[in-house]
Design a protein around this ligand. Structure first.
Ligand code: BG6
Length: 506
């Protein structure tokens, strides 16, 4: 998939992390930097500057990150090469770290940062290149960008300057537009890297490889041969410690216009004429623009009540910490999406995502139309199952084709069988926490896997009518699915009325 992507990392740059003491830095950014360092994929001359409001020394910051990484390495399977930190690699990485204490909203912080970068630059010859990573709460995105601008840190005169912005990018269409307008006063679009971490997942990127590097699939990838598409992002986890955030967000905002829409775009986009970042991002934006704005009739919301995940009893959403006991926030969404373009006219895309579903399971399932003629009429075969192509995103990444085969024996009986491809059978996957590719691409200046302003706005535009409708009409009957079930009954009805049914989760 690296075809048109710029190969190779930059030789030098500084990475400035706002939110150096935060969860994202500990859980994902540092482990990803460690994995990149281990594979020798970081820029040759590299510095990391962490900024946060807590007073602490660089040594304290480093050792805090080390301890957290140590626990992470021991507990997360497949994400690291070994269960122990390679202390030599860590030592080299930690040696590049500097901590600055400062309030994100004070000008003084940015003058300290400017001085620090100048010093590092003259020592390490970073050529003025810097990535500013905003690993902070979204209310700080615009003020930090403004302050970088005012401090002259956003101008890429001597070297390049890039800014990485995390999710959530806005909480609806007007706020996303306002945020874009504000940061674009300071930065050019090619300096902005809006993250959707689903795009860092290897198998999500592989959807493009499947579609566009094989002659086999594209001729059948349209309304002539496809009956409908089901996209499932199921999670068995509950809200845990994120009650406060989730009460403001809900499943629709948290998952749909970003992660699920990325899966829709990868599945539905037209073939790009090159693998250039702008070409691909244009094709994806076209899909979002063609999504018919969602209405309440095409959407179902749910909230989990108490139940069981496997053998373990778990509380309902309203019993979670920092959640109102009468909360009406949805933890489950199912949607019927239509894409108003030539390729997909009449092919519904059914989307569902939820917390406390039976398993962690993400897949894109393409349901092909049945054979046009019931050839088997005078045989014991009365019905035959559909053909499915299933792109399994996580876990057990792979591709499965389900089709009908004759069961051996004198009589004609058909059975649904499967051809399976598992990535792990073919490739040794490099250990990854999911942010490695995104960081690497950002250092390399490749924006393919990052969201452009128009993509973000077009996805919010598609869900905006539904957000407004749901914000003004409280749901009835919450909680409406027990933890560990496949979701609310109304989600089943959404497909039944079209004469279809959901695939089992797992
Ligand atoms: C995040 C959401 O963006 O993605 C979470 O805020 C969700 O609610 C998570 O759990 C899912 O990501 P992953 O990589 O664990 O599938």
């Amino acid at each position: 998939m690296t075809g048109g992507k710029r190969q190779g990392c930059t030789t030098c740059c500084a990475l400035v992390i706002f939110g150096a003491g935060g969860d994202l830095t500990k859980r994902l950014i540092t482990p990803a930097l460690y994995n990149l360092a281990k594979q020798n994929l970081l820029p040759e001359r590299f510095a990391i500057v962490g900024i946060d409001h807590n007073e602490r020394t660089t040594d304290d910051w480093r050792s805090g990150l080390h301890d957290f990484l140590e626990q992470t390495v021991q507990s997360r399977k497949g994400e690291f090469e070994a269960k122990q930190i390679d202390e030599k690699v860590w030592g080299e990485l930690a040696g590049k770290m500097t901590y600055i204490a400062g309030d994100f909203l004070e000008a003084q912080t940015y003058s300290k940062l400017r001085d620090c970068l100048k010093q590092i630059d003259s020592k390490q010859k970073l050529e003025g290149n810097a990535v500013f990573y905003l690993a902070v709460a979204d209310r700080f995105f615009a003020p930090i960008v403004d302050a970088l601008g005012q401090a002259g840190l956003a101008r890429d005169e001597t070297g390049w300057r890039r800014v990485v912005i995390e999710k959530p990018f806005g909480h609806d269409l007007p706020s996303a537009m306002a945020l874009n307008a504000r940061i674009l006063k300071v930065l050019r679009e090619d300096q902005i890297y809006r993250i959707d971490h689903f795009l860092g997942k290897e198998t999500v990127q592989n959807i493009m490889a499947l579609r566009f590097s094989n002659g086999l699939f594209e001729p059948i990838w349209n309304r002539d041969r496809i009956d409908h598409v089901q996209i499932t992002v199921a999670e068995s986890i509950g809200i845990g410690t994120r009650g406060k955030f989730y009460e403001q967000t809900g499943a629709l905002r948290d998952m749909v216009p970003n992660h699920l829409f990325q899966l829709v775009a990868m599945t539905a986009m037209e073939p790009p004429s090159s693998f250039g970042a702008d070409e691909i991002r244009t094709k994806k934006a076209e899909v979002f623009k063609a999504v018919h704005p969602l209405t309440v009739d095409e959407a179902v919301r749910g909230q989990y009540g108490p139940g069981k995940i496997g053998d373990q009893k778990v509380p309902g959403y309203r019993e979670e910490d920092n959640v109102a006991t009468d909360s009406n926030v949805e933890t489950y969404v199912a949607l019927r999406l239509t894409i108003d373009n030539w390729r997909w006219a009449g092919v519904p895309f059914y989307l569902r995502t939820g917390k406390r579903l039976p398993d962690r399971w993400t897949e894109i399932a393409i349901h092909f139309k049945r054979a046009p003629l019931a050839l088997f009429r005078d045989t014991p075969v009365d019905t035959f199952g559909p053909d499915w192509l299933i792109l399994q995103i996580q876990p057990d990444e792979g591709i499965r084709l389900r089709f009908n085969a004759k069961r051996p024996g004198p009589e004609m009986h058909l059975e649904s069988v499967a051809m399976d491809f598992k990535y792990s059978d073919w490739f040794k996957q490099p250990p990854a926490v999911g942010y490695e590719t995104l960081l690497y691409d950002c250092f390399a200046g490749d924006q393919t896997l990052f969201q452009r302003a128009d993509q973000v706005e077009a996805s919010w535009a598609a869900v905006q009518p539904l957000l407004e409708a749901w914000d003004t009409t409280p749901p009835s009957g919450f909680p409406n699915y027990p933890a560990g079930s496949a979701g609310p009954e109304s989600a089943r009805a959404l497909l039944t009325r079209d004469g279809r049914s959901w695939r089992p989760i797992r």
